[in-house]
Design a protein around this ligand. Structure first.
Ligand code: OSB
Ligand code: MG
Length: 370
């Protein structure tokens, strides 16, 4: 693959509703849209970091810097025959996984288009449709939360994830159970808001029969999570702690989790995401695809990876309208049936860029030529 040109647009879009987690509140998202040109083909990538280094250490700004100073120059220097080569080419650079993934995702899209394959198929995915869930932020009141849960259940979402933090945990979840019963697929995400000192509180979650509790303890911890898992029946799912296949292997061997949330950006790209998927399949650990409030390109990559066989739990990839007034792709991501998204059958990500939306929300553009 000979890459001729890379165009990077920095865009900023308002969210339909503010999104609050234990680490902060967002009402807009800025991110990079990558267009990678090779002859007549264009591959698309998107940076998924948040504007602030609160979920991981990366931000849109650090990604822009890493691409400009290190990753794009490395890409020009080395030959790429397959997208997996990109992981290898970037391996001298420590971490900066979301920066790497933004470029690698564009290479995967380009490669799929050049070979006339849907990205899902190029990755080895077999599903034609995927089941999806929704992530609900910390709400102003429990009544607001209940209203949102009701709305998303009506849309057919197959997993309801509720953000929790100390002081907003057992009670909101209990109220959801009282109102909607124990049959709705409910889980909680703490985004590292607790420590082992909260163990008695965390053990109380067991009575709520949650599908899982996501990342209750330290963002980089696997030891304390293993201690906690031994004392809880609710499965622990790791998000922040898993940044590579090696992290996943160690967490599984220690017993730190029973489920893994795979985010393409957090693990450095689709190739690594696939490796984690394969490892988890061998070890009987179910996986699901997490979200980063992505624009349409990131959403499309999530849909493609979720088509792999061991993505057996509904992920966080909701429809475009969940976060955006208008998305950057055409068509937008929609639910084809309640709680279900169709995996595109066209080559590559299977969505086109909506140039007018990119222009409308663009802050700046950079062009790199090989
Ligand atoms: O922890 O999964 C998380 C959003 C931003 C950063 C971290 C997380 C999230 C979400 C939202 O939960 C998932 C989504 O709907 O995109
Ligand atoms: Mg999470």
């Amino acid at each position: 693959m000979k890459i001729d040109k890379i165009i990077i647009d920095h865009i900023k879009m308002p969210l339909v509703h503010p999104f609050e987690t234990s680490f902060g509140k967002m009402s807009e998202k800025d991110f990079l849209v990558i267009q990678m040109h090779s002859g007549e083909y264009v591959g698309y990538g998107e940076s998924v970091a948040l504007p602030d280094p609160t979920y991981t250490e990366e931000t849109t700004g650090t990604i822009s810097y890493m691409l400009d100073q290190f990753l794009i120059p490395l890409l020009w220097r080395e030959a790429i025959h397959h997208p997996d080569d990109v992981t290898e080419i970037f391996s001298p650079i420590r971490r900066n996984n979301m920066a790497k993934a933004a470029v690698e995702g564009a290479v995967w899209d380009l490669y799929s288009k050049q070979n006339g394959l849907p990205l899902a198929k190029a990755l080895g995915g077999k599903r034609k449709t995927i089941d999806v869930g929704v992530s609900i932020g910390i709400e102003k009141s429990i009544d607001n939360l209940i209203e949102k849960v009701e709305h998303f259940l009506q849309e057919g979402y197959k997993k309801i994830k509720v953000k929790i933090k100390p002081g907003y945990d057992i009670e909101p979840l209990q109220k959801i159970r009282e109102k909607f019963g124990y049959n709705i697929p409910l889980m909680a995400d703490a985004n590292s808001a607790y420590t082992l000192q909260d163990i008695e509180k965390l053990k109380k979650l067991d009575s709520l029969k949650l599908l899982m509790v996501e990342q209750p303890l330290g963002f980089d911890d696997i030891v304390d999570h293993a201690k906690l898992q031994k004392q809880m029946t609710t499965p622990i799912c790791l998000d922040e702690s898993i940044n590579s296949r090696e992290d996943a292997r160690k967490a599984i061997e220690l017993g730190s989790c029973k489920i893994i949330n795979i985010k393409i950006g957090r693990v450095g790209g689709l190739s690594e995401a696939k490796k984690i998927h394969d490892l988890c399949a061998q070890r009987h650990i179910p996986v699901w695809c997490g979200g980063m409030l992505e624009g349409g390109i990131g959403r499309a990559h999530n849909i493609a990876i979720t088509s792999l066989a061991n993505f057996t739990i509904a992920g966080d990839t909701s429809a475009s309208s969940r976060y955006w007034h208008e998305d950057i792709i055409l068509p937008e991501v929609v639910l084809s049936k309640p709680g279900t998204i169709q995996v595109p059958a066209a080559p590559g990500i299977g969505y086109e860029l909506n140039e007018s939306i990119i222009q409308k929300y663009r802050i700046s553009r950079k062009i790199y030529e090989n």
